[in-house]
Design a protein around this ligand. Structure first.
Ligand SMILES: CCCCCCCC/C=C\CCCCCCCC(=O)SCCNC(=O)CCNC(=O)[C@H](O)C(C)(C)COP(=O)(O)OP(=O)(O)OC[C@H]1O[C@@H](n2cnc3c(N)ncnc32)[C@H](O)[C@@H]1OP(=O)(O)O
Length: 254
Protein backbone atom coordinates (compact mmCIF):
# COMPACT_ATOMS: atom_id res chain seq x y z
CA UNK A 1 0.00 0.00 0.00
CA UNK A 2 1.25 3.47 -0.86
CA UNK A 3 2.32 5.57 2.15
CA UNK A 4 0.41 8.89 2.57
CA UNK A 5 3.59 10.92 2.18
CA UNK A 6 4.37 9.24 -1.13
CA UNK A 7 0.80 9.87 -2.30
CA UNK A 8 1.12 13.50 -1.30
CA UNK A 9 4.39 13.85 -3.15
CA UNK A 10 2.95 12.34 -6.29
CA UNK A 11 -0.04 14.67 -6.19
CA UNK A 12 2.26 17.68 -5.89
CA UNK A 13 4.45 16.50 -8.77
CA UNK A 14 1.31 15.84 -10.83
CA UNK A 15 -0.01 19.27 -9.92
CA UNK A 16 3.17 20.93 -11.12
CA UNK A 17 3.31 18.78 -14.24
CA UNK A 18 -0.30 19.52 -15.08
CA UNK A 19 -0.35 22.09 -17.90
CA UNK A 20 -3.35 23.81 -16.33
CA UNK A 21 -1.55 24.26 -13.05
CA UNK A 22 1.62 25.29 -14.85
CA UNK A 23 -0.52 27.86 -16.64
CA UNK A 24 -1.96 29.02 -13.34
CA UNK A 25 1.51 29.32 -11.88
CA UNK A 26 2.52 31.39 -14.86
CA UNK A 27 -0.56 33.53 -14.53
CA UNK A 28 0.18 34.28 -10.94
CA UNK A 29 3.78 35.02 -11.78
CA UNK A 30 2.85 37.33 -14.57
CA UNK A 31 -0.07 39.43 -13.56
CA UNK A 32 -0.39 41.37 -10.38
CA UNK A 33 -4.11 41.63 -10.75
CA UNK A 34 -6.30 40.85 -7.73
CA UNK A 35 -9.15 39.75 -10.00
CA UNK A 36 -6.96 37.28 -11.88
CA UNK A 37 -5.73 35.97 -8.56
CA UNK A 38 -9.24 35.57 -7.14
CA UNK A 39 -10.48 33.89 -10.27
CA UNK A 40 -7.82 31.23 -10.37
CA UNK A 41 -7.80 30.24 -6.71
CA UNK A 42 -11.03 28.20 -6.63
CA UNK A 43 -9.90 26.16 -9.63
CA UNK A 44 -6.85 24.93 -7.88
CA UNK A 45 -7.63 25.16 -4.16
CA UNK A 46 -6.82 21.55 -3.43
CA UNK A 47 -3.51 21.68 -5.30
CA UNK A 48 -2.51 25.26 -4.60
CA UNK A 49 0.99 25.20 -3.15
CA UNK A 50 1.28 28.89 -2.28
CA UNK A 51 0.54 30.88 0.83
CA UNK A 52 -2.98 32.35 0.93
CA UNK A 53 -1.69 35.88 1.34
CA UNK A 54 1.89 36.01 0.17
CA UNK A 55 3.70 39.28 0.74
CA UNK A 56 4.65 41.13 -2.41
CA UNK A 57 8.22 42.35 -1.88
CA UNK A 58 8.18 44.61 -4.92
CA UNK A 59 6.00 47.32 -3.42
CA UNK A 60 7.42 50.70 -2.37
CA UNK A 61 8.98 50.92 1.09
CA UNK A 62 10.75 53.61 3.12
CA UNK A 63 14.19 52.63 1.80
CA UNK A 64 13.32 53.54 -1.77
CA UNK A 65 15.08 56.66 -3.01
CA UNK A 66 13.02 59.39 -4.72
CA UNK A 67 14.57 58.20 -8.00
CA UNK A 68 13.42 54.61 -7.43
CA UNK A 69 9.93 55.85 -6.60
CA UNK A 70 9.83 58.17 -9.62
CA UNK A 71 10.66 55.37 -12.09
CA UNK A 72 8.29 52.97 -10.31
CA UNK A 73 5.46 55.52 -10.59
CA UNK A 74 6.26 55.99 -14.27
CA UNK A 75 5.83 52.27 -15.04
CA UNK A 76 2.86 51.83 -12.71
CA UNK A 77 1.12 54.55 -14.72
CA UNK A 78 1.71 52.47 -17.87
CA UNK A 79 -0.05 49.48 -16.27
CA UNK A 80 -3.42 51.20 -16.64
CA UNK A 81 -4.64 53.34 -19.51
CA UNK A 82 -7.67 55.58 -19.86
CA UNK A 83 -9.99 55.02 -22.82
CA UNK A 84 -11.55 57.91 -24.77
CA UNK A 85 -14.69 57.46 -22.68
CA UNK A 86 -12.63 58.00 -19.53
CA UNK A 87 -12.73 54.36 -18.50
CA UNK A 88 -9.65 52.76 -16.97
CA UNK A 89 -8.39 49.60 -18.59
CA UNK A 90 -5.36 47.38 -18.40
CA UNK A 91 -2.33 48.91 -20.10
CA UNK A 92 0.53 47.21 -21.95
CA UNK A 93 2.68 46.79 -18.84
CA UNK A 94 2.19 44.58 -15.79
CA UNK A 95 4.04 44.66 -12.49
CA UNK A 96 5.24 41.21 -11.50
CA UNK A 97 4.58 40.36 -7.87
CA UNK A 98 7.66 39.14 -6.04
CA UNK A 99 7.56 36.60 -3.21
CA UNK A 100 10.36 35.31 -1.03
CA UNK A 101 9.48 31.64 -1.38
CA UNK A 102 8.07 29.47 -4.12
CA UNK A 103 6.44 26.62 -2.24
CA UNK A 104 4.84 26.94 1.14
CA UNK A 105 1.86 24.88 2.06
CA UNK A 106 2.52 21.87 -0.13
CA UNK A 107 2.03 18.60 1.72
CA UNK A 108 4.27 15.96 0.35
CA UNK A 109 6.75 13.19 0.72
CA UNK A 110 10.08 13.30 2.42
CA UNK A 111 12.01 14.60 -0.55
CA UNK A 112 9.80 17.57 -1.27
CA UNK A 113 8.91 18.43 2.30
CA UNK A 114 12.59 18.77 3.15
CA UNK A 115 12.72 21.62 0.73
CA UNK A 116 9.39 23.11 1.75
CA UNK A 117 9.76 22.82 5.49
CA UNK A 118 13.30 24.11 5.43
CA UNK A 119 13.85 27.80 5.65
CA UNK A 120 14.46 28.13 1.93
CA UNK A 121 14.02 31.65 0.61
CA UNK A 122 14.46 33.24 -2.77
CA UNK A 123 18.04 34.52 -2.80
CA UNK A 124 17.18 38.07 -3.86
CA UNK A 125 14.49 38.38 -1.16
CA UNK A 126 16.33 36.73 1.70
CA UNK A 127 17.57 39.83 3.53
CA UNK A 128 14.80 41.30 5.66
CA UNK A 129 16.13 44.82 6.20
CA UNK A 130 14.53 47.12 3.67
CA UNK A 131 17.03 48.64 1.27
CA UNK A 132 20.03 46.66 2.54
CA UNK A 133 20.43 44.43 -0.50
CA UNK A 134 18.24 43.87 -3.55
CA UNK A 135 15.38 46.35 -3.89
CA UNK A 136 13.69 45.81 -7.21
CA UNK A 137 10.49 45.64 -9.14
CA UNK A 138 9.95 44.07 -12.55
CA UNK A 139 7.49 45.31 -15.16
CA UNK A 140 6.69 43.10 -18.14
CA UNK A 141 5.30 44.09 -21.52
CA UNK A 142 4.16 40.74 -22.86
CA UNK A 143 3.02 42.13 -26.21
CA UNK A 144 6.48 43.51 -26.91
CA UNK A 145 8.11 40.50 -25.26
CA UNK A 146 10.28 42.62 -23.03
CA UNK A 147 10.60 43.80 -19.45
CA UNK A 148 12.21 46.49 -17.34
CA UNK A 149 13.43 46.09 -13.79
CA UNK A 150 14.00 49.08 -11.53
CA UNK A 151 16.84 48.06 -9.24
CA UNK A 152 18.26 49.89 -6.22
CA UNK A 153 21.47 48.27 -5.01
CA UNK A 154 21.84 48.27 -1.20
CA UNK A 155 24.96 48.54 0.93
CA UNK A 156 25.33 44.77 1.46
CA UNK A 157 25.97 44.28 -2.26
CA UNK A 158 29.40 45.91 -2.23
CA UNK A 159 32.13 44.50 -4.42
CA UNK A 160 34.79 47.05 -5.41
CA UNK A 161 34.76 49.86 -2.79
CA UNK A 162 31.59 51.90 -3.18
CA UNK A 163 30.36 49.82 -6.10
CA UNK A 164 28.12 46.84 -6.73
CA UNK A 165 29.55 43.31 -6.74
CA UNK A 166 29.63 41.66 -10.17
CA UNK A 167 27.93 38.58 -8.73
CA UNK A 168 25.07 40.70 -7.42
CA UNK A 169 24.67 42.25 -10.86
CA UNK A 170 24.68 38.77 -12.42
CA UNK A 171 22.07 37.64 -9.89
CA UNK A 172 19.77 40.47 -10.85
CA UNK A 173 20.33 39.88 -14.56
CA UNK A 174 19.51 36.16 -14.14
CA UNK A 175 16.43 37.03 -12.07
CA UNK A 176 15.10 39.55 -14.57
CA UNK A 177 15.87 37.51 -17.69
CA UNK A 178 14.58 34.35 -15.96
CA UNK A 179 11.39 36.13 -14.95
CA UNK A 180 10.77 37.25 -18.54
CA UNK A 181 11.65 33.84 -19.98
CA UNK A 182 9.22 32.20 -17.51
CA UNK A 183 6.47 34.64 -18.50
CA UNK A 184 6.99 33.90 -22.17
CA UNK A 185 7.86 30.19 -22.11
CA UNK A 186 6.63 28.75 -18.80
CA UNK A 187 8.90 26.77 -16.45
CA UNK A 188 12.52 27.28 -17.49
CA UNK A 189 16.07 27.07 -16.13
CA UNK A 190 19.09 29.13 -17.03
CA UNK A 191 21.37 27.08 -19.28
CA UNK A 192 23.80 29.79 -20.34
CA UNK A 193 24.47 33.38 -19.23
CA UNK A 194 27.11 35.69 -20.79
CA UNK A 195 27.83 39.04 -19.17
CA UNK A 196 29.97 42.01 -20.19
CA UNK A 197 30.56 44.55 -17.45
CA UNK A 198 31.01 47.91 -19.19
CA UNK A 199 30.96 50.44 -16.34
CA UNK A 200 30.68 50.09 -12.55
CA UNK A 201 27.42 50.67 -10.70
CA UNK A 202 27.58 52.94 -7.65
CA UNK A 203 26.30 51.40 -4.44
CA UNK A 204 22.92 52.88 -3.49
CA UNK A 205 22.15 54.01 -7.03
CA UNK A 206 19.13 53.03 -9.11
CA UNK A 207 19.54 51.38 -12.50
CA UNK A 208 17.25 49.89 -15.11
CA UNK A 209 17.62 46.30 -16.25
CA UNK A 210 16.03 45.92 -19.67
CA UNK A 211 15.52 42.46 -21.11
CA UNK A 212 13.94 41.37 -24.38
CA UNK A 213 13.22 38.17 -26.24
CA UNK A 214 15.69 37.46 -29.01
CA UNK A 215 14.20 34.25 -30.37
CA UNK A 216 12.75 30.86 -29.44
CA UNK A 217 13.99 27.59 -30.91
CA UNK A 218 11.99 24.62 -29.64
CA UNK A 219 12.69 24.36 -25.89
CA UNK A 220 15.30 27.12 -26.05
CA UNK A 221 14.45 30.74 -25.26
CA UNK A 222 17.20 33.27 -26.07
CA UNK A 223 17.11 36.70 -24.43
CA UNK A 224 19.21 39.85 -24.36
CA UNK A 225 19.73 42.27 -21.49
CA UNK A 226 21.13 45.75 -20.86
CA UNK A 227 21.71 47.47 -17.53
CA UNK A 228 21.61 51.26 -17.85
CA UNK A 229 21.28 54.43 -15.82
CA UNK A 230 17.66 55.49 -15.29
CA UNK A 231 17.95 58.09 -18.08
CA UNK A 232 19.37 55.29 -20.27
CA UNK A 233 22.39 57.37 -21.32
CA UNK A 234 24.94 55.20 -19.52
CA UNK A 235 25.46 51.52 -20.25
CA UNK A 236 26.64 49.51 -17.23
CA UNK A 237 26.26 45.90 -18.31
CA UNK A 238 25.19 43.77 -21.27
CA UNK A 239 24.15 40.13 -21.30
CA UNK A 240 22.73 37.35 -23.39
CA UNK A 241 21.20 34.19 -22.00
CA UNK A 242 19.67 30.88 -22.95
CA UNK A 243 16.81 29.44 -20.92
CA UNK A 244 15.69 25.86 -21.50
CA UNK A 245 12.08 24.85 -20.89
CA UNK A 246 11.75 22.13 -18.30
CA UNK A 247 9.10 19.86 -16.95
CA UNK A 248 8.97 20.91 -13.28
CA UNK A 249 9.54 17.26 -12.34
CA UNK A 250 13.14 18.07 -13.37
CA UNK A 251 13.46 20.09 -10.15
CA UNK A 252 12.24 17.21 -7.98
CA UNK A 253 14.31 14.48 -9.56
CA UNK A 254 11.38 12.78 -11.26
C1 LIG B 1 9.85 26.00 -11.78
C2 LIG B 1 9.95 27.26 -12.56
C3 LIG B 1 8.77 28.07 -12.38
C4 LIG B 1 8.76 29.29 -13.23
C5 LIG B 1 8.25 30.42 -12.50
C6 LIG B 1 9.33 31.40 -12.34
C7 LIG B 1 9.00 32.39 -11.33
C8 LIG B 1 9.78 33.66 -11.60
C9 LIG B 1 9.90 34.38 -10.36
C10 LIG B 1 11.05 34.81 -9.93
C11 LIG B 1 12.29 34.65 -10.68
C12 LIG B 1 13.29 33.92 -9.87
C13 LIG B 1 14.60 33.76 -10.60
C14 LIG B 1 14.46 32.79 -11.71
C15 LIG B 1 15.63 32.84 -12.63
C16 LIG B 1 16.76 32.07 -12.12
C17 LIG B 1 16.90 30.82 -12.90
C18 LIG B 1 18.12 30.08 -12.49
O1 LIG B 1 19.04 30.64 -12.01
S1 LIG B 1 18.11 28.44 -12.74
C19 LIG B 1 19.57 27.89 -11.86
C20 LIG B 1 20.77 27.77 -12.71
N1 LIG B 1 20.58 26.82 -13.75
C21 LIG B 1 20.72 25.51 -13.53
O2 LIG B 1 21.02 25.04 -12.47
C22 LIG B 1 20.47 24.62 -14.72
C23 LIG B 1 21.32 23.37 -14.70
N2 LIG B 1 21.18 22.70 -15.97
C24 LIG B 1 20.17 21.86 -16.21
O3 LIG B 1 19.34 21.57 -15.35
C25 LIG B 1 20.07 21.29 -17.58
O4 LIG B 1 21.32 21.33 -18.21
C26 LIG B 1 19.05 22.06 -18.47
C27 LIG B 1 17.63 21.99 -17.84
C28 LIG B 1 19.43 23.51 -18.66
C29 LIG B 1 18.99 21.40 -19.85
O5 LIG B 1 18.95 20.01 -19.66
P1 LIG B 1 17.93 19.08 -20.44
O6 LIG B 1 18.37 17.69 -20.21
O7 LIG B 1 16.53 19.43 -20.09
O8 LIG B 1 18.08 19.49 -21.96
P2 LIG B 1 19.33 19.31 -22.95
O9 LIG B 1 18.95 18.29 -23.96
O10 LIG B 1 20.61 19.14 -22.23
O11 LIG B 1 19.37 20.77 -23.63
C30 LIG B 1 18.24 21.22 -24.40
C31 LIG B 1 18.80 22.10 -25.51
O12 LIG B 1 19.52 23.19 -24.89
C32 LIG B 1 20.91 23.18 -25.31
N3 LIG B 1 21.74 23.55 -24.16
C33 LIG B 1 21.66 23.09 -22.91
N4 LIG B 1 22.57 23.68 -22.14
C34 LIG B 1 23.23 24.55 -22.93
C35 LIG B 1 24.28 25.45 -22.70
N5 LIG B 1 24.82 25.60 -21.48
N6 LIG B 1 24.71 26.21 -23.73
C36 LIG B 1 24.15 26.10 -24.97
N7 LIG B 1 23.14 25.25 -25.25
C37 LIG B 1 22.70 24.49 -24.24
C38 LIG B 1 21.18 21.74 -25.73
O13 LIG B 1 22.25 21.69 -26.65
C39 LIG B 1 19.84 21.36 -26.36
O14 LIG B 1 19.79 21.97 -27.64
P3 LIG B 1 19.14 21.19 -28.89
O15 LIG B 1 17.72 20.92 -28.50
O16 LIG B 1 19.95 19.96 -29.08
O17 LIG B 1 19.25 22.16 -30.04
Amino acid sequence: MMRPVAKGLISIIRAFSNPNVAGILRLQTQWNSPSAFQNIRPLSMSLWPFSAQPRDFSLPNASWSPEMRRVYDHYIALCEVETIGGEKKTGPWRKLPSYNRTLKYAKGGTYLSKMIQSKARLFTRSIKEHGAAFEYVIFVNKQEKRCVCVFQAGRLLEGPPGHVHGGAIATMIDTVMGGLAACLSGPIMTANLNISYRSPITLGSVVLIHSALDHVEGRKTFLTCRVTSTDETKLHTEATALFVSINVGHLFGT
